[in-house]
Design a protein around this ligand. Sequence first.
Ligand SMILES: Cc1ncc(COP(=O)(O)O)c(C=O)c1O
Length: 449
Amino acid sequence: MSGAPQAGGAAGARSRDAYARARQVLPGGTTRVTVERDPVPRYVSHGAGAWLHDLDGRRYLDLNNNYTALIHGHAFAPVTEALQRQLRDGTAFANPTEHEIALAELLCGRVPGLDRLRFCNSGTEAVLFAVKAARAFTGRPAIAKVEGAYHGAYDWVEVSQASEPGTWGPAEAPSAVPYYRGMPEAVLGDVVTLRFNDAEGAARLIGAHADRLAAVVLDPMPSRAGLVAPEPDFLAAVEAAARRHGILLISDEVLNLRQGHGGAAARYGLQADLFALAKIIGGGLPIGAVGGRAEVMRVFDSSSGRPALPQGGTFAANPLSMVAGRAAMQALDQAALQRLEGLGDDLRRRLAAASMARQAPFTITGAASLFRIHPKRRPPREHRDAHCSPAEMAVLAELSRFCAGHGILLPRGTSGCLSTPMGPAEVDLVVQVFERFLEERADCYMELP
Ligand SMILES: Cc1ncc(COP(=O)(O)O)c(C=O)c1O
């Protein structure tokens, strides 16, 4: 069943009922802070390819794809078939299976610099183990990370994730900003905050704190800090400073692995010591992986006694995630990625052209299958430019609502992604709805500077 989306974009009656029930047992009615609601979330009945169907029988083009994890969209047949086969054989064992070897071989064969890896259950865990591995390898406690960048829920990488004009401090020495009330001072003291694309500042700050730094955690295109392309001199400066001081470079590719066959570091010419992977490598099931140079990954090696860094996890490398991930990654060959990138290029170019044609205050960033719409006249270079004022946030909320009312789920942060079941028709739809928004809702954005 596929009904027309509701004008105005509000969730329907069955979603409202479900939400009322949920509020009795889940704080705020949801189990993830990232669940989109306006004010009620849309409850999903099922997904198929590029489309999501809600409980009220409405169909939406899904530009969220579970926050970029579903590169093949929903219920991708090779994944569901692999899962059905595995379900008959058992879902999780304390013993290893051959499935983990197969997925590890596939990933190590694709990502340059990924000599060895360990599986875990989420991107949060992948980053956590990468940071701990860097500490165990270097014997140092602190990390450097980029202001505004999201790396999951490990305390140290949460620092400065939500820096705002009132808290972010001077441009030349950004403050370490707590993410939640009660965050230990000790955590803040062990994080150096860098500004994305500030080559001089990054080199200076890394040098100044070098004797305490285990790692620089870097997402080559941090989505929450703007989904902005890294400038080559910034990456070169970070890499050189890290090398000079024996600090490890962690490439967080939980989201950006989808930027290329070898991932984002390979795409942008960054040589990382460690990688955090997740999302697409699980084919839609929970997964994470920490990997990197064999010499560094030896900290996990427990074959001859207690390792420098013990790592466990009841569901790590469970065969369901392994077979789903392998099926998804095998289907994501060079040709599939190139096709997706072509669609992404087309989408970004046409959205930007639509805005420019109306002299509307929007710019588009992103790469490969990722895009982000900024309510800004000039493309941002870093978090401080990308950060939205309340008025800008309100415009984004209107845009997202308008899209929902026209059958498209565009995340509220207006960062979206394409999936392989999409084609030119889906790109056309997104462009057409954006053009209609520009035409019909100038009232909401024309006050922006
Ligand atoms: C760059 C990055 N790192 C880490 C994470 C955390 O991953 P997970 O949600 O699987 O814990 C995310 C999630 O969106 C991410 O985008």
